[in-house]
Unconditional design. Structure first.
Length: 154
Protein backbone atom coordinates (compact mmCIF):
# COMPACT_ATOMS: atom_id res chain seq x y z
CA UNK A 1 0.00 0.00 0.00
CA UNK A 2 1.51 3.40 -0.97
CA UNK A 3 2.19 5.87 1.81
CA UNK A 4 -0.39 8.59 2.11
CA UNK A 5 0.85 12.13 1.88
CA UNK A 6 -0.08 14.38 4.73
CA UNK A 7 -1.63 17.18 2.70
CA UNK A 8 -1.72 20.51 4.45
CA UNK A 9 -3.45 23.25 2.51
CA UNK A 10 -1.49 26.46 2.02
CA UNK A 11 -2.19 29.26 4.47
CA UNK A 12 -2.39 32.96 3.69
CA UNK A 13 -2.15 35.48 6.53
CA UNK A 14 -3.93 38.82 6.08
CA UNK A 15 -3.26 41.69 8.47
CA UNK A 16 -6.45 43.39 9.66
CA UNK A 17 -6.72 46.65 11.62
CA UNK A 18 -10.05 48.11 10.51
CA UNK A 19 -8.53 50.45 7.92
CA UNK A 20 -9.61 50.47 4.27
CA UNK A 21 -6.11 49.37 3.35
CA UNK A 22 -6.39 46.26 5.51
CA UNK A 23 -9.87 45.54 4.10
CA UNK A 24 -8.28 45.57 0.64
CA UNK A 25 -5.58 43.20 1.87
CA UNK A 26 -8.19 40.78 3.21
CA UNK A 27 -10.18 40.90 -0.04
CA UNK A 28 -7.01 40.23 -2.05
CA UNK A 29 -5.99 37.37 0.25
CA UNK A 30 -9.39 35.71 -0.09
CA UNK A 31 -9.28 35.95 -3.90
CA UNK A 32 -5.76 34.49 -3.93
CA UNK A 33 -6.82 31.71 -1.58
CA UNK A 34 -9.65 30.83 -3.94
CA UNK A 35 -7.14 30.44 -6.77
CA UNK A 36 -4.63 28.39 -4.78
CA UNK A 37 -6.82 26.30 -2.46
CA UNK A 38 -5.46 28.07 0.61
CA UNK A 39 -7.08 29.00 3.87
CA UNK A 40 -6.94 32.58 5.15
CA UNK A 41 -6.06 33.69 8.65
CA UNK A 42 -7.35 37.23 9.22
CA UNK A 43 -5.03 38.42 11.99
CA UNK A 44 -5.41 41.44 14.24
CA UNK A 45 -3.14 42.51 17.07
CA UNK A 46 -3.98 44.40 20.20
CA UNK A 47 -1.91 45.68 23.08
CA UNK A 48 -2.24 47.69 26.24
CA UNK A 49 -1.38 51.35 25.76
CA UNK A 50 1.77 52.65 27.39
CA UNK A 51 0.21 54.40 30.35
CA UNK A 52 3.45 55.06 32.21
CA UNK A 53 4.44 57.83 29.79
CA UNK A 54 1.04 59.48 30.07
CA UNK A 55 1.32 59.95 33.84
CA UNK A 56 -1.89 57.97 34.32
CA UNK A 57 -2.00 55.45 37.15
CA UNK A 58 -1.97 51.93 35.73
CA UNK A 59 -4.34 50.71 38.44
CA UNK A 60 -6.94 53.18 37.22
CA UNK A 61 -7.16 51.39 33.85
CA UNK A 62 -7.22 47.76 35.02
CA UNK A 63 -11.01 47.30 34.80
CA UNK A 64 -11.02 48.43 31.15
CA UNK A 65 -8.17 46.22 29.87
CA UNK A 66 -10.72 43.78 28.45
CA UNK A 67 -11.91 46.57 26.17
CA UNK A 68 -8.78 46.38 24.01
CA UNK A 69 -9.16 42.68 23.22
CA UNK A 70 -12.93 42.97 22.75
CA UNK A 71 -12.45 45.89 20.37
CA UNK A 72 -9.92 43.87 18.32
CA UNK A 73 -12.30 40.88 18.23
CA UNK A 74 -15.09 43.11 16.92
CA UNK A 75 -12.89 44.72 14.26
CA UNK A 76 -11.68 41.40 12.85
CA UNK A 77 -15.15 39.82 13.04
CA UNK A 78 -16.66 42.79 11.17
CA UNK A 79 -13.89 42.66 8.56
CA UNK A 80 -14.42 38.95 7.96
CA UNK A 81 -18.22 39.14 7.89
CA UNK A 82 -18.21 42.08 5.46
CA UNK A 83 -15.65 40.46 3.14
CA UNK A 84 -16.34 36.74 3.07
CA UNK A 85 -18.93 35.45 0.62
CA UNK A 86 -21.13 33.05 2.62
CA UNK A 87 -21.56 30.97 -0.52
CA UNK A 88 -17.80 30.91 -1.14
CA UNK A 89 -15.54 28.00 -0.42
CA UNK A 90 -12.51 29.80 1.06
CA UNK A 91 -12.07 29.05 4.75
CA UNK A 92 -11.33 32.27 6.67
CA UNK A 93 -10.39 32.20 10.34
CA UNK A 94 -10.33 35.29 12.54
CA UNK A 95 -7.25 35.39 14.78
CA UNK A 96 -6.73 37.84 17.65
CA UNK A 97 -3.33 38.10 19.33
CA UNK A 98 -1.88 40.34 22.00
CA UNK A 99 1.25 42.20 20.97
CA UNK A 100 2.48 44.85 18.61
CA UNK A 101 1.07 44.47 15.11
CA UNK A 102 4.35 43.92 13.27
CA UNK A 103 5.53 41.20 15.64
CA UNK A 104 2.15 39.45 15.68
CA UNK A 105 2.10 39.36 11.86
CA UNK A 106 5.73 38.21 11.67
CA UNK A 107 4.95 35.38 14.09
CA UNK A 108 1.82 34.47 12.10
CA UNK A 109 3.86 34.38 8.88
CA UNK A 110 5.86 31.37 10.12
CA UNK A 111 4.66 28.41 8.07
CA UNK A 112 2.43 30.56 5.87
CA UNK A 113 2.69 30.59 2.10
CA UNK A 114 1.95 34.33 1.90
CA UNK A 115 1.46 37.39 4.11
CA UNK A 116 -0.81 40.14 2.80
CA UNK A 117 -0.88 43.58 4.42
CA UNK A 118 -2.17 47.01 3.56
CA UNK A 119 0.36 49.71 2.83
CA UNK A 120 -1.05 52.05 5.47
CA UNK A 121 -2.94 51.46 8.68
CA UNK A 122 -4.44 53.94 11.10
CA UNK A 123 -1.32 55.70 12.32
CA UNK A 124 1.78 57.51 11.26
CA UNK A 125 2.39 59.81 8.35
CA UNK A 126 -0.16 59.53 5.58
CA UNK A 127 2.38 60.73 2.99
CA UNK A 128 4.65 57.70 3.55
CA UNK A 129 4.59 54.99 0.90
CA UNK A 130 4.60 52.21 3.51
CA UNK A 131 3.59 52.25 7.14
CA UNK A 132 5.93 50.98 9.82
CA UNK A 133 4.09 47.65 10.18
CA UNK A 134 4.13 46.88 6.45
CA UNK A 135 7.82 47.84 6.30
CA UNK A 136 8.65 45.45 9.13
CA UNK A 137 6.67 42.69 7.41
CA UNK A 138 8.43 43.21 4.07
CA UNK A 139 11.83 43.02 5.72
CA UNK A 140 11.36 40.23 8.26
CA UNK A 141 8.44 37.94 7.33
CA UNK A 142 9.01 34.20 7.12
CA UNK A 143 7.25 34.04 3.73
CA UNK A 144 6.63 36.21 0.66
CA UNK A 145 4.72 39.43 1.37
CA UNK A 146 2.14 41.25 -0.76
CA UNK A 147 1.48 44.88 0.12
CA UNK A 148 -1.86 46.24 -1.06
CA UNK A 149 -1.62 49.93 -1.74
CA UNK A 150 -4.81 51.99 -1.57
CA UNK A 151 -8.03 50.35 -2.61
CA UNK A 152 -7.45 47.05 -4.35
CA UNK A 153 -8.34 47.10 -8.03
CA UNK A 154 -8.52 43.40 -8.84
Amino acid sequence: MPARENHVSPRIVAGVDGSESSAGALRWAIRQAGLTGATVDAVIAWHYPNLASSGMAIGAMEPTYGFFRENAEKIVADAVSSTVDPAGDVPVRARVAQGHAAQVLLDASAGASLLVVGSRGHGGFTEALLGSVSQQCVHYAHCPVVVIRGQDQA
